[in-house]
Design a protein around this ligand. Sequence first.
Ligand code: AMP
Length: 238
Amino acid sequence: MRIVIMGPPGAGKGTQARRLSAELKVPHIATGDMLREAVKEGTELGERVRWYMERGKLVPDEVMIAVVRERLSKPDCSMGFILDGFPRTIPQAEALNRILEEQGAKLDCVLEIDVPEDIIVERISLRRVCRRCESAYHLKYNPPKEEGRCDRCGGELYQREDDKEEVVRRRIKVYREETEPVLEYYRRRGLLRRVNGVGSIDEVFSRVLEAIRGGCIGGGDDRAPIRLDEEENRATPA
Ligand code: AMP
């Protein structure tokens, strides 16, 4: 399945996308994670995008489109993907259409995780991320078992530069101005499924699965049916 997951920063889309990726057994492609990795490694791409990321601004479309085009051409994407953080502008959405068309593929659906702004600010200020594996935690709703340490890999948890309040507010503004038109673009194409993102991770994940069942499966095409096993979901760690 080819799914785009959208939502303002702090909507929990990364967490939901990881779960969905495990459930559907397709890669989770998070452009923000890919760029942060490039910055950390000091690659040419990292040097190019650092300035934008530190200010909560969008990286230029042509850079992002090249990054995503290359990633989607990898063999692990042949059965599908969960695309998280892309597209964020109309030119990116149009480019994604072209890339998929070239592969003879199409999107199954676009999920929008919807969360009001005041809840977002509270969520992000308490968000901590693993330096090593990028797993995300919330000090109140999804704390690590050991303070400051990642449950998954033992890495150190830190607050991302762009999770600081001033940058968060700018990122929300950018989302409203530049990314909301992308939601409208997909709504017009009948691909958009809105999911209420307020609640526990498990509650939101159940809604995500419901949205996929209702909106992305059984379109009468020749894809093999996929199994969405609720018992397995409950056993999946956050
Ligand atoms: P995220 O983790 O998805 O919130 O992304 C963090 C930052 O990476 C954003 O604030 C942007 O600076 C940059 N970024 C990630 N994906 C994109 C994209 N599709 N278009 C432009 N900038 C992006």
